[in-house]
Design a protein around this ligand. Structure first.
Ligand code: AMP
Ligand code: MG
Length: 504
């Protein structure tokens, strides 16, 4: 521990204060293991999310300090923290693991934020826990900064997500294929309850605990379900609604999560566990970035069916809660699970309509969207830029759009149909329509080559400049800023496909 840390006392009234109120620790004994964080030699605060700190009622100035670094590294548990590792199971690439759990993360506690919302504060990379199996419980700097960058970009894009509060370097190496600088991420979420949390207890046939967990999740995330005729069915439906909306959002911005295991699927409907995720450049539904996803289970175009598959696993956990008669319960839940594809489709179509500037609903819209996607696929057009440049087309300039397509035959057939469709509402002459489209179609996403460039500077040269510059850009994704073209365009074509790694 550094000199300064030696004389930092967690009960010291000068330490930054966290108004913890730890409902999970209090109400769900038996669902976790209490576990302090590992101590690290030389914590150094790399990034602090001041806006988020303010939302959480934290004093950013006080946290921007050695004491803050010690807290975010896990060397000091602030007063009121109750560090614990949560138990969960999960289907990983389709195979069930009855025990996963927080192997490299600790829930420090919960804070009720300025909007009255309860948020988890979690350290990721804070050392071994009883769930670590053969892992070291640590995180490397690259993946920590990657989760910070992409999570904050997603938030700015309007996607429900865990957020990054701070990143610290630990001053110790972690050993992967090579020795890498170690780091800890502090992340904030509506909760860390996952489909896999339910599976952990259902797999052990402990349905009292599944019920207790459901009641907790209902109170915390889906309170309307409590008053429904069948609360646990309503709970399932509420989770399905938020998850369908979430995956529709991912699809609408070309986001590929990469590891949609049931333990990475939240009950709150937030995106969680940014590992091998990445944004697609040219539209191709078969796109996979993750080095371990060899069969493309979590390919871009497979995310909607995987959503339904994952929710069916949640439904299975709830069978004994939904009806005393097993057959009846299975029938009810099967019917509910079968509605997931439709929920997704409706959420997706609403987003895609907005992306192409449609303000009303007409039969044939779905076909219109699909035909554009088909034109993008055969023309190798960039996903993000195509939608962004549709607004230029509304304003009368077709060239920027057309030049994204290597083959414009399908696009040229599609454009008049689209123009005719938006014409009746006066949209093509209508600047407000184009402006509205610009508010849902980002200019800037975290482009893969820019992410790699920024992480390389941080990891290889201890230069955080590029990460910070990129954060500035991707946290204002809809504002076209002069001189930032480099962030708006896909990188040079690579000899081999872009690959991402889980970063464990
Ligand atoms: P994830 O890839 O984050 O979804 O993690 C899957 C499971 O592996 C979770 O139970 C993690 O806690 C665990 N895990 C991942 N990396 C490590 C690590 N370095 N040490 C211990 N457990 C890990
Ligand atoms: Mg995970």
């Amino acid at each position: 521990m550094s000199q300064q840390a030696e004389h930092l006392d967690p009960t010291d009234s000068d330490l930054p204060a966290f108004a913890f109120d730890n409902s999970f620790a209090r109400e769900l004994e038996g669902f976790y293991v209490a576990q302090p964080a590992a101590k690290v030699p030389e914590p150094r605060l790399l990034l602090l999310n001041r806006g988020l700190a303010a939302e959480l009622g934290l004093d950013a100035d006080a946290l921007d300090s050695d004491a803050g670094a010690q807290i975010f590294a896990g060397n000091i548990a602030p007063e009121g923290a109750a560090p614990l590792a949560q138990a969960y199971a999960g289907h990983q690439f389709g195979g069930f693991s009855p025990q996963l759990g927080d192997g490299r993360a600790l829930l420090l506690g919960e804070i009720v934020d300025a909007h009255g919302q309860r948020r988890d504060i979690q350290l990721k990379g804070s050392g071994r826990t009883p769930f670590s199996r053969s892992g070291d419980g640590k995180a490397a700097l690259g993946p920590v900064l990657r989760e910070y960058l992409i999570g904050e970009a997603m938030h700015a894009l309007g996607v429900p997500t865990t957020r990054a509060l701070a990143a610290v370097a630990t001053g110790e190496p972690v050993y992967r294929e090579t020795a890498l600088p170690g780091a800890v991420l502090t992340r904030v979420s509506a909760s860390h309850l996952r489909v896999g949390t339910f599976q952990f207890f259902a797999a052990r046939q402990d349905f009292d605990k599944v019920r207790q967990l459901s009641d907790y999740a209902i109170a915390r995330h889906h309170p309307a379900a409590r008053d429904a005729e069948n609360p646990y069915l309503a709970f399932f439906e509420a989770v399905a609604d938020v998850q369908a909306e979430l995956v529709a959002q991912w699809m609408s911005i070309g986001f590929i999560h990469g590891v949609m295991n049931t333990d990475n699927m939240t009950i709150s409907g937030e995106t969680i566990d940014y590992g091998p995720c990445a944004f697609m450049d040219a539209y191709a539904p078969e796109t996979v970035f993750s080095s371990i996803d060899t069969h493309g289970r979590y390919a871009y175009g497979n995310q909607p069916p995987i959503l339904a598959w994952n929710l069916a696993r949640l439904a299975e956990c709830l069978i004994p809660l939904v009806d005393d008669d097993r057959d009846t319960a299975v029938e009810i839940l099967t019917e509910a699970a079968n509605k997931v594809a439709g929920k997704f489709q409706a959420a997706w179509l609403a987003r895609m309509r907005a992306k192409i500037g449609l303000v009303d609903e007409v039969d044939g819209d779905e076909e219109l969207v699909h035909d554009l996607l088909d034109a993008m696929h055969s023309g190798g057009a960039d996903f993000t830029l195509t939608f962004r440049r549709l607004s230029a087309a509304v304003r009368g300039d077709l060239d920027p759009l057309r030049e994204l397509f290597s083959d414009t035959a399908k696009l040229d057939a599609w454009l008049p149909r689209w123009q005719e469709r938006i014409e009746p509402s006066g949209a093509s002459a209508d600047a407000p329509t184009a402006d509205k489209m610009d508010r849902v179609n980002p200019v800037y996403i975290p482009r893969n080559h820019k992410v790699e460039e920024a992480l390389e500077a941080a990891v290889e040269r201890s230069d955080l400049g590029p990460v910070k510059s990129m954060l500035d850009v991707v946290t204002r994704p809809f504002e076209d800023v002069d001189g930032q073209d480099d962030y708006a365009t896909p990188g040079p074509k690579l000899a081999a496909p872009y690959q991402t790694f889980c970063g464990t």
